[in-house]
Design a protein around this ligand. Sequence first.
Ligand SMILES: [Zn+2]
Length: 155
Amino acid sequence: MTSTTCPFCQKLQNLAALPPEDIVWEFENSVAFLGPWQYYTGYCVLISKTHHSELSQLGPRRSAFLDEMATLAEAVEKAYQPHKLNYELLGNQVPHLHWHLFPRSLQEPDRLRAAWFELEKADRSPEEKRRLETGTHSRAEISQRLKNQLKLILS
Ligand SMILES: [Zn+2]
């Protein structure tokens, strides 16, 4: 199932057009993308391969989709040892099932709140946007490190 107006459906139909480091892993039911906000080094967005807005619509594929999310989370944990991993399935802006996995650190000034409070700053200032897009390593290095962990977990 796809939707012609959904940005995630469009993205999934044209994976080859993306920079290779943007794609962390292709699972059976979902694709893991390296997210834009690498201030949270290792932040990923896991998008369902089918256009559904709620977990209840996945039918028998639901557990596999959840398991893929947990596998990706394990890889992020192993790669970056966050103080806490945040798992978010929102869909208010894009109603196509996708998980945000935010590795959180004790060094963050706003660590007790959801990452979105900090990320709102990116809307207000290009400097803040750049800061929040920048991780401890290049996107290619972060993506490769996550891929290496996934290979180990899934082997
Ligand atoms: Zn969609």
